[in-house]
Structure formats: C-alpha cells, structure tokens
Design a protein around this ligand. Structure first.
Ligand code: DX5
Ligand code: ZN
Length: 221
C-alpha cells in the first residue's frame, strides 16, 4: 500500500468531459477519485449523485471512488452509492441521526466507512466508533465549494486525530480536504495526514502529471 494517496476532487473537473478528465488524472498518477456529493441543504451547493458514479464505472474507471457525502439525511444514499460502485463512503456525523448505524450500513454495503469533520466540528464523535473507521476526513475549509483557502488551525486537528489513531492501535487513514496545494502538502503530511484531496490545485493546471509529481516530490522529502 502506498504511504500517501493523492485524491483529486472532480468538483473542479470539466463536467462536460468528466469520464475523460477522471481517466486523465488517474493516468497522471492519482490514486483515488474524490467524489463530492452536495445536496443544497446540508451545504449551499448542488453537485451529483449515484448515477454519475455509476457512469464513471461504466466508462471504465477502476480506481477507488471516494464518496464524500455532504448531505442530510445520510442513510438513504448509502446503498445507492454502494450499488453505483463507490469504494469509500464518508459522511458528516452531525448530519446523521445515528452515526453507528450509518457506519454499519456502509460496512454492510461492502464499502469502507469514514467520518468527516468540519473545521469547527468536535472530535468527540470519534469516541465510540474507531473500530468501524477506514478513514477520518478532516475538512481544512468549510464544505460546499472548491478553491477556498486552507485553514491553518486544522493542522492541530490532524495532529489530534493522529494521536487518537495511535492510541487506538488501529490502521485508519487521515484524509485532508480543502485548499491542499504543492506548497502546503508537506506540512499537512508532517501533521499526520496520508490521503490528500486536491481539486483546484490539480484541475486548474494544464498538466495534471506535473502537479501530482510535484506533490509527491514534496511528500518524499
Ligand atoms: C469542499 C469539497 C472539496 C473541494 C476541494 O466541500 O469537499 O473536496 O472540492 O477543493 P479544493 O482542493 O479546490 O479546495
Ligand atoms: Zn470533499
């Protein structure tokens, strides 16, 4: 298993050419496809649902698809995304009435569960569910939009999560999402993250491979 995963957020891709964009970014060295689902209710933006996930699978995308649910309620969409080919499914704990149930639904559907923490969401939601988690996603912007600036205080949160994982003795990925760039990825990795979502940093550039290579070069220092 690679120590670090680069997960481009297709929120910043050209939706008119989505299959090709995802193929290109994977050919450029990305590990995971980050799939931002927004409902115009939990967050003030609206994106895409399970049909688009299924369309990417039908197009031939084989890489893990990392579904980040920014929706409320959560549970109804879980089996739909599992059927559509999702690999990882994460949700925001404050958007679920029954966090353990939502995590178990993801496991029962054969996907890997994650919990997502906004910059001001407390970590106590982790207290009784560490045994069910594949990854913990720390938002380094407020959810809803690509292209926002990284909030530096979230680095302390990554460190706190890392400590909790170490104390648990479990193997849980720490994903960071929002404002990740070539010039801050090393500091984020040093804080403990090992899965890096990057939307605008990658898709705003003409050469995806160059950005991903530059990120990996930072990570290998
Ligand atoms: C924001 C999304 C992010 C977003 C990241 O709510 O969860 O995945 O696409 O975009 P950048 O990398 O541009 O901050
Ligand atoms: Zn996201």
């Amino acid at each position: 298993m690679k120590p670090y995963w680069i997960a481009p957020s297709i929120l910043s891709a050209d939706f008119a050419r989505l299959g090709e964009e995802v193929e290109n970014v994977l050919n450029a060295g990305a590990d995971v496809v980050h799939f931002d689902v927004m409902d115009n209710h939990y967050v003030p933006n609206l994106t895409f649902g399970p049909m688009i996930c299924e369309a990417l699978r039908n197009y031939g995308i084989k890489a893990p698809i990392d579904v980040h649910l920014m929706v409320k309620p959560v549970d109804d969409l879980i089996s739909k995304f599992a059927d559509a080919g999702a690999s990882f499914i994460s949700f925001h704990p404050e958007a679920s009435e029954h966090i353990d149930r939502s995590l178990q639904l993801i496991l029962d559907a054969g996907c890997q569960p994650g919990l997502v923490f906004n910059p001001a969401t407390p970590l106590h939601y982790l207290d009784h569910v560490m045994d069910k988690l594949h990854h913990i996603l720390i938002m380094s912007v407020n959810p809803g939009f690509g292209g926002q600036a990284f909030i530096p205080s979230t680095l302390d949160k990554v460190r706190a999560v890392k400590q909790r994982i170490n104390e648990s003795g479990r193997d849980i990925r720490i994903e960071i999402d929002g404002g990740v760039k070539v010039d801050n990825i090393r500091a984020i990795a040093e804080a403990g993250a090992d899965m890096f979502v990057a939307g605008s940093a990658i898709f705003s550039q003409p050469d995806y491979r160059r950005v991903i290579d530059d990120m990996r070069a930072e990570l290998s220092c």
